[in-house]
Every structure is written in structure tokens, then in C-alpha cells.
Write a protein of this length. Structure first.
Length: 592
């Protein structure tokens, strides 16, 4: 059992100017004054300049833009400069908004440090894309009418790109911790779980298990202490939703976790964040430290008699540590490897005690469900997949980024409208679904609704909502090699079918790619895949060959051609493979 009794990681300091709230009345007064302050910011006689700063826009110079804006504001008495997280519109980065007194909030796209002063002073209106609200302003349309935003239903992204993620006061001004307040003072555990169950919120980490059922099992578990774990590992390539939530609105996730702790009766919450996401870690830790200063975590929260502690743990970069049981070992400081189940984590998780684990996006939905009711949430999306879903994309598309859309939207709408269609010079070939755990879909599948169940019938999968669109120049054999090699590399080597089967698959694909395959290799791939899928211990091995099998099913000609004329389809090679070819050796190239 962990001996630590403190609530947060001690080296992160919260804002020392925050008051300590000790009663429900004090919280209500603080929330009312935060709201007044927020309203007066936007109705003031100052120009409010906001730079959207997150891991994606930082790579495009957002911090330099912010610095340049702040430097300019030093010379002006009526300019306020602030930052928020990024709102998902990667194609607009670096994005800046300017609200001039009496005018609408204007969104500017692709702003550089050299341009920021002209943008603030209104001399670069060519960079303006639209305004907030329902009405146009002059030539500028409402930004919400742009296809990238038009199809979105932003529930959990509502405040992302709006609030400063480092300001708990701004978060509270827009309603953060209102649902937490409800479960602390106004709602029973049973009522809260009933709303979660009615919402039919299915886990957003990939498997789609209903959160309400998991929470109820946790509540009923007899052992103590109990724990809540948030899975913010996000180690899958092609997915970038959870880190953006953590960077843009950490309080929404924290609130879901605290509610889970109260409702399940857990004494401590852990958030396990992938070590590759430094901005998510930094901002989330700050949010935890501020909430502790304010008195929203710790002992006897707001005088409610309820106590909850909070800790942040970071991963070391192994994809497998996102798997539930491996994650728990990693939190406990043990090597992260999956174990056989049962017992399930909700029976024996951290330190063999009942532990409820949910994905970051799952937790982000809790506030609205508690505030608006499960029936409200269930009315969004489809009958079996309720609510909205965060989705990300990579590939040669015009308006790429993170979006929140109702479940049931079609792939075609996503690709052609929301993400703007293919860039000039690229022809659509397919869309890889389910991250590294499912197969690709082709044009004939694009009218299928995107939800937990519809894509699986044709070999695809919603998974955690990360898609890759690829064009005609991409070889299906090479792409299959990349996806299989990822799973081989990330196998934890605990069980033989996965540890030996995945390298064998990569070796066969490489043989084919290098022009030395034979027709017998195709059934060999299927036989080997069957072994890996049926005999592996955890979810990684059980789905690892699926992208390869999917590519073979959807693009059989490419595999047939590659093995029948022994020319291979190699577009790139590892240095080792180049060496093998150039020395004309006849041995099978070793897996790299
Ligand atoms: C190899 C592997 C990696 C996984 N990585 C993640 C991850 O990064 N984040 C996540 O939430 N779930 C991940 N999962 C799924 C978790 O095991 C678990 O189902 C999920 O966190 C439960 O939360 P949910 O019910 O809210 O989806 C992974 C599973 C496997 C097999
Ligand atoms: S299936 Fe692969 S990742 Fe999972 S336990 Fe076995 S070796 Fe490890």
C-alpha cells in the first residue's frame, strides 16, 4: 500500500494568491466573483488579444507570437494579452483572437511573430477568418459556419481555446466544479451513478465499455481503500485528443475524476499521463496544485466531510503502459506489463484494491452528464453510441485537426467537409481506422456512420478516434509494414505468440517488400496472424495483425503483385535492408 498521505506532487506549486475555500458558501461566492471578473474582461474598454498556445501551435511559433504581443502590450495601456490552449483547428495555427471594445471577437489564422502588431492594430484583415457569434461582421462570417466547425457539437471542447488552462478562476467562471459541488452537497452516490448509467457513456479509450456500469461495480466493491485512475497515456501513433484536452481544459478532466472518487467512495485519484506530452503534464499538474490551494481537494473538501487526494504519474514512453493492467503496475512503480484477467481492475487494481480506470475523454464528459442529466446525454449521437466523440486525423487533408462531433456522423462528412477534403495533387486511397488495431476503409465505406459498432462489420474500428487518410502514392504493403512494425516494437515480450509472432510477420512483409516473397507468404501471414490473435495474452497482441489483414483484404492486388512478380513494392528501406539488397545476399533480412 502506498504510504504517501499528501495529495499532490509536492514540487508543483499552486498560485499563492488563491484563497482557501472552506465552505459551500465560500465556493459559491468565489464562483460568482470569478464570473463577474470574466464578464468585465470582455466588456471592458481594452482590446483583448488571445494567443492559442498548445503543443501543436508551439511547434509553429505560438510562444514567440505571445511574447511579441505581450511586448507590444507593455507600451499600451489599453491592450490585454492572454493565452489559451489550442482549439483543435491545427490548420489555423498560430491562431490569435482580438476583441476590440464594442466589436465582435475576431479569429485570425496563421499569424507569425512579425505580423502580430499589424493584426492587433487591424492592418492585416486578410488574416481574419471569422467572428464569434451568430452574426457576420462586415465581410467576416461567423466562424461557426465554417465546415470545420459547422458539423461539430463542442461539449467537452466548449472551453478549450476559450479559457486560460493555467487559470482555475477562469475555469470556475465558466462552470468548472459545478457538478463536483453537486455531488458533494446535493446528490447521492446512487443518483449520480444512475445519471451516468442513463447517459450510456461508453469508454472513450477504445473498448467502449459503459462507464456507469464500471462505476457501479466500483461503488459496490467491498474492499478498501479504493482508487480512481485516469488513463491519459495516449501512446498510440495518430491520436492526439487526450493531450489536447489536458492542455486546453485540465479542470474539466479533474472534475470528472473527483466526481468519480466521491461517487465510488475512492480515497485517491491518479492521473497517468504519457511522458511524451510535457505540456499536458505541466498544465495538468498546475491545475491540480491550484485546486488543492483553493481547497477543492484534500481533507473535508469545502466542509462537506468528504476527502479526496490527487496524484499525477507520468509514463516512460512504452505504448503497452496504456493497457489498463500494465498502467496500474507502472503507477505502482513496477514494470508495466499486462496480466491475465480476471480479476478485473475494479476488483483488484492498484495495490490489489478496487480501482476504477477510465480514459481522459470519458472523464471529460462527466460534468455535463451530472449537470444536465443522463437522458440529455443519451439524446445526442446514436442509440447505442450516445454523445459526442473527439476525433483526430492525419494525412494530406486541407483543414486537419481535432474535432468533437456527434456519434453517427459519416466518414465522408468528416473527410470531405470537416477536414476539407484532399489537398491539391493527392487522390484519396483509404482511411486507416482504429489507430494500430484495425484495418483501412475505402471510398465505398465512407457513408457508414462513425460509432462503436458500425465500422467493425467492414474490418474498421472507431477505437480512440484517431484516423489516417492516405493517398494513391502510399503502398498498402508499406503501410501494413509500418503498422505491424509498431506493434512488434511495442510488444512487451511477456507472452510468446505476440513476442515471436509479430517479428515473424514483419519479417515476412519485409521479404515481400524486398522482392523475395512467394505466393506461399500470403497464407503464411494469415496463419501466423491467427496464432497471434488467438493466443496472445492482452489486447495488443490480440489485435496487432488486424491492420495487416485489413490491408490484404482491401488491397489484395498489391500483395498479389508484390509476391507474384517478385519485384516488391519498396518505397523506403532501413539501412540494414539496403545493405542486404546491395550485397545480393540470399538470406532473409533480419527484423530491425
Ligand atoms: C496496448 C493498449 C494500449 C492502450 N492504450 C490506452 C491509452 O493510451 N489510453 C486509454 O484510455 N486506453 C488505452 N487502452 C485501453 C485501456 O486498456 C482501457 O480499456 C481504457 O483505459 C478504459 O477506459 P475507458 O473505459 O474509459 O475507455 C489501451 C489498451 C491496449 C491493449
Ligand atoms: S500480447 Fe504482447 S503486449 Fe500483451 S502481454 Fe503478450 S507480449 Fe505483452
Amino acid at each position: 500500500m502506498a504510504a504517501d498521505g499528501d495529495t499532490t506532487d509536492m514540487h508543483v506549486q499552486g498560485d499563492s494568491t488563491l484563497p482557501r475555500l472552506t465552505s459551500r458558501l465560500e465556493f459559491q461566492q468565489y464562483a460568482a466573483s470569478a464570473k463577474d471578473k470574466w464578464n468585465s474582461l470582455w466588456s471592458s474598454t481594452s482590446t483583448v488579444v488571445t494567443v492559442l498556445v498548445g503543443s501543436s501551435s508551439i511547434a509553429k511559433g505560438a510562444e514567440t507570437v505571445l511574447d511579441a504581443a505581450a511586448e507590444y502590450a507593455l507600451m499600451k495601456s489599453n491592450v490585454v494579452v492572454r493565452k489559451t490552449g489550442v482549439d483543435g483547428a491545427d490548420w489555423m495555427e498560430v491562431q490569435v483572437t482580438v476583441k476590440r471594445p464594442g466589436g465582435p471577437l475576431v479569429h485570425y489564422a496563421n499569424v507569425t511573430p512579425d505580423e502580430i502588431v499589424d493584426v492587433i492594430e487591424g492592418r492585416l484583415e486578410s488574416k481574419a477568418l471569422g467572428v464569434d457569434g451568430d452574426q457576420p461582421s462586415g465581410n467576416l462570417p461567423p466562424l461557426k459556419d465554417h465546415p470545420f466547425f459547422k458539423y461539430q457539437q463542442r461539449l467537452i471542447l466548449r472551453d478549450v481555446g476559450v479559457i486560460d488552462p493555467d487559470s482555475i478562476e477562469e475555469a470556475i467562471a465558466l462552470g468548472a466544479y459545478s457538478a463536483y459541488f453537486k455531488v458533494l452537497f446535493e446528490m447521492s452516490q446512487e443518483d449520480a451513478i444512475a445519471e451516468m448509467t442513463a447517459a450510456n457513456l461508453r469508454g472513450r479509450g477504445g473498448a467502449g465499455f459503459p462507464a456507469g456500469i464500471k462505476w457501479e461495480s466500483g461503488r459496490k466493491a467491498r474492499n478498501s481503500p479504493k482508487f480512481i485512475v485516469c488513463n491519459s497515456h495516449e501512446g498510440e501513433p495518430n491520436v492526439y485528443k487526450d493531450r489536447r484536452m489536458l492542455e486546453g481544459d485540465p479542470h474539466r478532466i479533474r472534475e470528472g475524476l473527483l466526481i468519480a472518487a466521491i461517487v465510488v467512495g475512492a480515497e485517491r485519484v491518479y492521473n497517468y499521463i504519457g511522458g511524451e506530452h510535457p505540456w499536458a503534464i505541466k498544465r495538468f499538474r498546475k491545475a491540480v496544485a491550484d485546486a488543492e490551494r483553493l481547497g477543492l481537494i484534500g481533507k473535508n473538501v469545502l466542509g462537506s466531510g468528504k476527502s479526496v487526494a490527487f496524484r499525477v504519474r507520468t509514463g516512460g514512453g512504452a505504448y503497452i503502459c496504456g493497457e489498463g493492467s500494465a498502467l496500474m503496475y507502472s503507477v505502482m512503480g513496477v514494470r508495466g506489463q499486462p496480466r491475465t484477467k480476471p480479476p478485473r481492475s475494479v476488483e483488484e487494481g492498484l495495490w490489489k484494491r478496487p480501482t476504477v480506470a477510465n480514459n481522459t475523454e470519458t472523464m471529460a464528459n462527466v460534468r455535463d452528464i451530472i449537470n444536465n442529466g443522463g437522458a440529455w446525454y443519451a439524446s445526442i449521437g446514436t442509440e447505442k453510441s450516445s454523445g459526442t466523440k473527439l476525433m483526430t486525423v492525419q494525412g494530406p487533408l486541407k483543414t486537419m485537426g481535432l474535432v468533437e462531433v456527434p456519434m453517427g456522423i459519416t466518414l465522408r462528412t468528416l473527410i470531405d467537409e470537416v477536414w476539407g477534403g484532399m489537398r491539391a495533387g493527392y487522390k484519396f486511397k483509404g482511411i486507416q481506422t482504429g489507430g494500430v488495431s484495425a484495418g483501412p476503409l475505402k471510398d465505398e465505406h465512407l457513408d457508414l456512420p462513425v460509432d462503436f459498432d458500425s465500422l467493425t462489420h467492414v474490418g474498421g474500428m472507431l477505437g480512440s478516434g484517431g484516423f489516417v487518410v492516405f493517398d494513391e502514392s502510399v503502398s498498402a504493403v508499406d503501410f501494413a509494414r509500418y503498422l505491424t512494425a509498431f506493434n512488434r516494437y511495442e510488444s512487451c515480450s511477456k507472452c510468446v505468440p505476440c513476442a515471436r509472432g509479430n517479428p515473424a510477420l514483419v519479417e515476412i512483409i519485409d521479404r515481400i517488400r524486398l522482392g523475395r516473397g512467394t505466393r506461399a507468404d500470403l497464407p503464411l501471414i494469415r496463419r501466423t496472424s491467427k496464432h497471434v490473435i488467438e493466443l496472445s495474452l492482452c489486447g495488443l497482441g490480440q489485435v496487432a495483425p488486424m491492420p495487416l489483414l485489413g490491408m490484404m483484404d482491401q488491397y489484395p492486388d498489391e500483395f498479389e503483385t508484390a509476391v507474384s512478380n517478385n519485384t516488391g513494392t519498396v518505397l523506403w528501406m532501413t539501412p540494414q535492408q539496403e545493405k542486404v539488397l546491395s550485397t545480393e545476399t540470399t538470406t532473409t533480412p533480419a527484423a530491425d
